[in-house]
Design a protein around this ligand. Structure first.
Ligand code: HEC
Length: 197
């Protein structure tokens, strides 16, 4: 009798909470984020101006450009011809020589030409296949998925590298809620590309 009692006590005290824990882990694997986490991510993305560079824009009735709510964070729209910019600035040092398009998705400077990335959950052209770790490591190290090529300007990853794990996770959680947009952003063009010679 006594041992049966202690068995059920053991079950209650240790085994059941462990099963509970396993279920929470399982949930993580299936990516469930809390509403407050997603809201925090949305606020951080707004405060960090990610959308200024990462969203295509539409014109408002007042002739201003604003992030297109239908294509939020989907990066430089593919197929758009290279805009008319003073490309002679390519390779020139100094931020005063940097130029960009009005929608802020194409940037020209000493690094060549960069195009803002598609951060929607599209698996082929966005970051749909990235894990939270891939995203956090990218933001901390300034390299593609935390191990690939180094990100070039003007992606200000150093400004975000010291965000806490919770904050970067919240940004990732929010971005998982965006509409996946199929948009293949062009690779950056280096300053010595024959296109500019
Ligand atoms: C000033 C413009 C600008 C701002 C602000 C900005 N980015 Fe970027 N971001 C870029 C550009 C341009 C690239 C592409 C860089 C490259 O090709 O190396 C990029 C690349 C990235 C990448 C890498 C994608 C990949 O495939 O490797 C991630 C992730 C990213 N940005 C997330 C963010 C987040 C999150 C924010 C806000 C917290 C943000 N960016 C703010 C311009 C910006």
């Amino acid at each position: 009798m006594k041992s049966r009692l202690s068995l059920s006590v053991t079950l209650l005290l240790f085994v059941l909470p462990m099963i509970g824990c396993m279920q929470t882990k399982q949930k993580d694997a299936e990516e469930s984020y809390s509403v407050s986490q997603i809201q925090r991510g949305r606020q951080l993305v707004a405060a960090s101006n990610c959308s200024d560079c990462h969203s295509p824009k539409i014109e408002t009735p007042e002739d201003d450009l604003t992030p297109d709510p239908q294509r939020l964070m989907s990066g430089h729209p593919e197929g758009t011809p290279l805009p008319d910019l003073p490309y002679e600035n390519i390779g020139a040092e100094g931020w005063e020589r940097v130029v960009y398009t009005t929608d802020m998705t194409v940037w020209v400077g000493p690094w060549g030409v960069s195009f803002s990335a598609n951060l929607t959950p599209d698996p082929d052209t966005g970051i749909g296949n990235w894990t939270a770790d891939d995203f956090i490591n990218t933001m901390r190290t300034g390299t593609h998925m935390g191990m690939g090529r180094e990100l070039i300007a003007p992606m200000p990853w150093e400004d975000y590298a010291n965000y806490s794990d919770d904050d970067l996770m919240a940004i990732y959680a929010y971005m998982r809620t965006l509409t996946p947009i199929r948009n293949k952003v062009p690779a950056p063009i280096p300053p010595d590309d024959p296109l500019f010679q």
